[in-house]
Design a protein around this ligand. Structure first.
Ligand SMILES: [Zn+2]
Length: 371
């Protein structure tokens, strides 16, 4: 591994403005980069499919033919960042890399991409033996994995995958993640003058308040959370409010239980609306699906041996409450886990990582790909 080259690659990657749905430049760059490293590369038209915008950029798939009999192995990261995403720039202080300005640093997920690139470069340079290696760089991960959701998996040979997209201590890996189901609803009552004829009005705010007061929010159980995230309604102080809009989400390691919670929310709103002669228009989206990987599975065991082989302490295997492209992998039958790639305080301008952690994550990837 070449530490300077690794850091140079990271700086190159964050020099592209790549908020979700605008990954064009970084995608073209990575397409060429993988070709240069000797991979067979293809790019789909995910961005056009998702946004309708005319562009050739999309998810990138790379294949590197192996020279061992081991089973193929898949690595993935995402090319988009959250906002503020413009003019990202890194500074290093006390061996900590952080954002120099008002944008996020972009370590989520550029450290992951840089580690994969350095892994491939080291393999080529040092002529290391390895199985078939597949790489996918996705667009639009931060938008509930819209890029990975429309990728064509028929070409993927690997049965196991490592998704470099986990914040926190490097070495740790997430072996389960929740379903995330979001909902939105409109309660419709009837407008009237609040002073002249309040009797003829139906308050959608009152119906919503009564419903919400009956819904348990926060941590529902060990593996489920529920949030009412936004509420807005009414148009004036002296008008009985006709419309109220409410949004929220449920996360659960158990998809059916998450759906049950959603149906519960819908039922309670309907019950309270009916009492006041109001009505409810309710919809929900199943953004991502829960998965749970057993510790005994090959994808986990292989990871544990790679970490040991690279000379590090045994990692912690955790359950995350965040989603990633790995939810899609598992839904498509590819058993993946999410591994820490050196990023902290992600989705804020305080995002940072430690250089040592960056090197460690790269060493673990090289050990994984060459074991
Ligand atoms: Zn990420």
């Amino acid at each position: 591994m070449n530490k300077e080259r690794l850091l140079r690659e990271f700086n190159k990657l964050i020099s592209f403005d790549s908020p979700s749905f605008y990954e064009d430049e970084i995608a073209f760059y990575l397409y060429d980069k993988l070709k240069e490293l000797g991979l067979e590369v293809s790019m789909d038209n995910a961005l056009e499919q998702i946004t309708g915008r005319k562009t050739k950029a999309g998810n990138i798939y790379g294949f590197l033919k192996g020279n061992t009999e081991e089973d193929p192995i898949l690595f993935s990261s995402h090319m988009d960042t959250v906002k503020p995403a413009q003019n990202k720039k890194a500074v290093i202080q006390d061996r900590i890399v952080k954002s120099a300005g008002d944008a996020v640093l972009g370590a989520d997920d550029a450290t992951g991409i840089a580690e994969i690139i350095e892994m491939l470069t080291s393999i080529k340079e040092e002529k290391l033996s390895h199985p078939d290696i597949e790489v996918i760089f996705f667009v639009a991960e931060e938008e509930f994995g819209k890029g990975s959701a429309i990728f064509d998996y028929s070409k993927v040979k690997s049965k196991i995958a490592y998704v470099l997209d986990l914040s926190g201590r490097v070495g740790d890996a997430a072996i389960s993640a929740p379903s995330i189901i979001s909902f939105e609803l409109t309660v419709t009552g009837k407008a009237s003058h609040a002073g002249f004829e309040p009797e003829s009005g139906i308050s959608s705010i009152m119906a919503s308040a009564k419903a919400i007061s009956r819904i348990k929010t926060g941590r529902i159980n060990d593996e489920t959370t529920l949030n009412i995230g936004t509420i807005s309604g009414g148009v004036g102080k002296n008008i009985v409010p006709e419309k109220t809009f409410v949004t929220g989400e449920v996360r659960s390691m158990n998809h059916d239980f998450a759906l049950e919670q959603i149906n519960n929310i819908k039922r309670i709103f309907n019950e309270e609306a009916v009492k006041l002669n109001a009505s409810v228009d309710f919809s929900y989206i199943e953004n991502i699906f829960a998965y749970k990987i057993d510790k005994k599975e090959c994808v986990v065991q292989k990871y544990l041996s790679a970490v040991a082989k690279a000379g590090y302490e045994p990692p912690k295997l955790i359950n995350t409450f965040g989603g990633s492209d790995n939810n899609t992998f598992n839904k498509k039958g590819i058993h993946g886990i999410v591994i820490a790639n050196a990023m902290n305080d992600v989705h804020t301008t305080k995002e940072y990582f430690e250089l040592e952690e960056f090197y460690k994550a790269t060493n673990i990837c090289i050990a994984l790909a060459t074991s």
